[in-house]
Every structure is written in structure tokens, then in C-alpha cells.
Design a protein around this ligand. Structure first.
Ligand SMILES: [Fe+2]
Ligand SMILES: [Fe+2]
Length: 249
């Protein structure tokens, strides 16, 4: 029993990316079981940019799941971006979870954008101005959703957490330390450490490091530049083994 998970983050679709995206999704045929997109689907959050990705995503002929990223919110049309993706058959997760049957193997995907908040040495506090406390609370809602989703999917054969923001500083190595507060929050890691899913994927940190861990849970930053290929992770029932991965396209 095993599954192949194709993943990419930070696709930043727009008309100029159409040909590369069509090639990337077409190249997945027969090489993966599910596709996960870790947010920043679009360049500026415009529905017409999402349409480019939505159309390309159908070329893989596979179930596709995504979360939104900060870019997808930039034009204040996040709901339309989600709707365009959903109309093409993509399941857009937002503080929610879904399951997928892959030849009798149940896969649970727990997805949320996540948010800022920082890491030891750069934590935003739950203190002071209402706006700052709202930011803190927003990240708390994402952490709570990860907890709920992992609890709801605990009977699945495999569980994957899909985020845009990073839950660990490990995959932010290479980014400027001064901006780590804007790249994620270790509060997102708490439910992951508690529930021990099989795989965590995130994006957003374009200059970060690919591999990290939360306890024994493998974490991959799939924001590293994608052209015409996806990362494909082989998840095996032999849980102590870290997933094998390759670039496929
Ligand atoms: Fe991005
Ligand atoms: Fe981002």
C-alpha cells in the first residue's frame, strides 16, 4: 500500500505561465495519484489568472486539492479565485479537510492557508493593539483547524497537512531572518506534533530550504521554483521510512 503525491506551491499563474502549466500537469499523467497545490495559485489574486491554472489542472486527470496563499487574496477576489478552481474540479481547502480514495487506500488531506506569527525569537505576541491581537487570533484559528482536521481524518491510511505558510523555521533557512515572522508560525506546528500526520507540505518561502521536520513528521517546502515539473512524494505504509521524492514533468 502506497500513494504518490504530486505537489507544487507558488505556481503564481497568469497568462504567461499557461504553456508551462499545461506541460506540468500533462506530465503527471500516470505518475501520481493525487495533486496538491500549496497556495499562491495566482500572481495577483485575479480570477482570470486562476482560470489559467484551473484549465491546466484538468490535464492531469487526477484529483487536485489546494489551499490559497497570500497572493490569492491580494485583489480582494479570493472567493472568486476559489470558485474558479472549484468549477474545474479542484477541492479548495480552507480550514477544512477532505478524504480521497486511491484504489482502496484512504487519504486525508487537511488544508488551510495558515498565517504569520513567527518563531522563537520573532513571535508576534497576543498583546496590545486590537489589530495585532486579531492577527494572533487568526493564526490560532488556522492551528485549531489543523487540529480538527487531523482528528477527523485519524482513521485514514495516510494523512497530509497542506499549508501555504510555514509551520517550521527549518524550511525557512535561506530566507532573511528579519522576515521570518511573515513567513509562518510555529503555532501551526503544535497540532502536527500532537497528531503526527504522514506528510506536511507548505509554500510561500521561495528562498527557503526544501526539507524539514516537526518531530518525526517530514515537512517539505514546495515553493521552490517550478517550471514544467512537480515534486512527487512516494508515501509508503512503512511509516518510519521518510517519503522518497523526485521531480516529475
Ligand atoms: Fe509565493
Ligand atoms: Fe506566499
Amino acid at each position: 500500500m502506497g500513494i504518490r503525491v504530486a505537489a507544487a506551491g507558488d505556481v503564481h499563474a497568469d497568462a504567461s505561465r499557461r504553456v508551462d502549466l499545461q506541460a506540468a500537469f500533462t506530465g503527471l499523467r500516470g505518475k501520481a495519484d493525487i495533486v496538491l497545490l500549496a497556495g499562491d495559485l495566482t500572481t495577483h489574486g485575479r480570477p482570470e489568472e486562476a482560470q489559467v491554472l484551473a484549465e491546466a489542472s484538468q490535464l492531469a486527470g487526477l484529483p487536485v486539492f489546494s489551499v490559497l496563499g497570500n497572493h490569492d487574496w491580494h485583489s480582494d477576489h479570493a472567493a472568486e479565485v476559489s470558485a474558479v478552481m472549484q468549477e474545474a474540479g479542484v477541492t479548495v481547502l480552507d480550514r477544512s479537510w477532505a478524504t480521497c480514495d486511491v484504489d482502496g487506500t484512504q487519504v486525508g488531506i487537511v488544508g488551510t492557508k495558515g498565517f504569520v506569527g513567527g518563531f522563537p525569537g520573532s513571535h508576534l505576541p497576543d498583546f496590545g493593539e486590537p489589530l495585532l491581537r486579531q492577527v494572533y487570533a487568526e493564526t490560532g484559528r488556522d492551528a485549531a483547524a489543523i487540529h480538527e482536521g487531523l482528528r477527523a481524518t485519524e482513521d485514514c491510511d495516510f494523512r497530509i497537512v497542506l499549508l501555504h505558510y510555514s509551520p517550521t523555521l527549518m524550511t525557512l533557512q535561506g530566507e532573511r531572518p528579519e522576515i521570518s515572522v511573515l513567513l509562518g508560525s510555529d503555532r501551526l506546528a503544535h497540532p502536527i506534533a500532537d497528531h503526527v500526520p504522514d506528510l506536511v507540505l507548505h509554500g510561500h518561502a521561495h528562498a527557503g530550504r526544501f526539507e524539514g521536520t516537526i518531530g518525526t513528521v517530514p515537512v517539505f517546502n514546495v515553493a521552490l521554483p517550478m517550471k514544467r515539473e512537480f515534486w512527487v512524494f512516494d508515501l509508503s505504509a512503512d511509516r518510519p521510512r521518510a517519503p522518497e521524492y523526485a521531480l516529475v514533468g
